[in-house]
Design a protein around this ligand. Structure first.
Ligand SMILES: Cc1ncc(COP(=O)(O)O)c(C=O)c1O
Length: 418
């Protein structure tokens, strides 16, 4: 299956991509929707919506242990989704793909499992200063409950400095785990995870990457990078909400115990004893989100069908337009975008105006952007800020939308500053 691939020039191809996203046709406050809140959640292509609907219209039944046709159909779509995800992120084996509720759920699950089998009081977990709360709070909980220590790596604009700082931090703190974001949801900064993974490997420090944003804008190859764990959510990757992935490298399957318990994850149960199934099932207790998996499978197939690389290259082009255009708006400042590698996310703040007021006015003009701390409070506090307006792009956005957004921002600032 292929969509839009033979269409040129590029703006016609973008139009074709857009035609697959029904929400792009709706209006808000009587104006065409300009959706620039993609880092919070992406819009869904029709194929994804239909896959979820078809699942409930036709195949709905519980997975595994089923000996009827619908049970088999349901199990097939669920396991096909696992295979598609394994391929998407370059996992060496499908058993390495664990379905969870999303990135937050994946990191919580991992922290719980590591706390039972690997981390001990006094151990250091090395995070970056740019982490989302989802990759801070689960470790803070371990720090409060069992006395692990958290150390934060500074993230400079220059990748060489990041890698050097990583080496120094590893030498100084001897962490038992490196857990960093692939890309910041606040600034869009992409961490040099390939080089960081190399350093981690050299020092034999296991590495977890929060791929909530990264997986949406990069072709990742977890096996090639030698990552131990990779977490992401379906809903940011054009799939349904309520399902996500925790990649657990095979060598950890005997080390990491299950993190949830009940049906579906056992080998044998007695009144006083239990033995567990093999991965991935030992990590997936209870009835899974099969409709979500069907939708995620459709999302992955959709991305392949449009030749996703072209969308990714176009996003970078759009990002350059966004940065150039936003820099020309009086009264605002941009976070970052000074030289390092960035995903198509731009946070701006206006020293004289509250970010919420800006976002509310922009919404009235049809522009959906997010204002607030974006779950990155520690880093914002370090910058002396309470919040930003975040503009986050996807491959279905256009230069006209970016320009309209910059204009809406300009008009909102004028209104608010009189
Ligand atoms: C970098 C990052 N990590 C984690 C999360 C949490 O994702 P979810 O809410 O889907 O669990 C987000 C969501 O914005 C994110 O951007």
């Amino acid at each position: 299956m292929s969509y839009c691939v033979d269409i040129s020039p590029l703006d016609k191809r973008v139009e074709c991509w857009r035609s697959h996203f029904p929400q792009l046709r709706r209006k808000v406050h009587g104006r065409p929707l300009v959706y620039l809140d993609n880092a919070a959640t992406s819009l869904k292509p029709r194929d994804v919506i239909e896959a979820v609907q078809q699942y409930y219209l036709r195949d709905n039944a519980n997975v595994h242990r089923a000996n009827h046709a619908l049970g088999h159909a349901s199990t097939t779509v669920y396991e096909d989704a696992r295979k598609a995800v394994a391929q998407l992120i370059g996992a060496a084996a499908t058993q390495e793909i664990i379905f969870t509720g999303g990135t937050t759920d994946s990191i919580n699950a991992l922290a719980t499992a590591l706390s039972k089998s690997y981390l001990q009081r006094g151990d250091v977990v090395l995070l970056s200063e740019l982490e989302h709360h989802s990759n801070i709070v689960p470790w803070l909980e371990l720090s409060q409950r069992m006395g692990i220590q958290l150390v934060y790596l500074p993230i400079a604009e220059d990748d060489d400095r990041v890698v050097k700082a990583l080496e120094e931090h590893i030498e100084r703190h001897r962490p038992r785990l490196l857990a960093v974001t692939h890309a910041s949801n606040l600034t869009g900064r992409v961490l040099p995870i390939e080089r960081m993974a190399e350093v981690a490997r050299q020092y034999e420090v296991p590495m977890m990457v929060d791929g909530a944003q990264g997986v949406v804008h990069h072709r990742i190859d977890v096996a090639k990078l030698g990552l131990d764990f990779y977490a992401f959510s379906s809903h940011k990757l054009y799939g349904p909400m309520g399902i996500g992935v925790l990649y657990i490298r095979k060598k950890w399957h005997d080390v990491l115990p299950p993190f949830r318990f009940g049906g579906g994850m056992i080998d044998e149960v007695d009144y006083q004893s239990v033995s567990y199934a093999q991965a991935p099932y030992k990590y997936e207790a209870g009835t899974p989100h099969v409709a979500g998996a069907a939708g995620l499978l459709a999302a992955v197939r959709f991305l392949e069908s449009i030749h996703w690389e072209e969308g990714l290259a176009y996003e970078q082009q759009l990002l350059r337009v966004a940065v150039d255009t936003l820099r020309k708006v009086d009264g605002i400042r941009l976070l970052g975008h000074e030289g390092g590698q960035y995903d198509p996310i731009v946070s701006v703040y206006a020293p004289k105006v509250h970010h919420y007021d800006l976002a509310v006015l922009m919404d009235q003009m049809g522009v959906a952007v997010r204002a607030g701390h974006h779950c990155v409070q520690p880093y914002l506090k370090k910058l002396g800020l309470k919040g930003t307006v975040r503009i986050s792009l996807a491959f279905y956005n256009t230069e006209e939308e970016v320009e309209y957004c910059a204009d809406a921002l300009k008009r909102s600032i004028q209104i608010l500053t009189g």
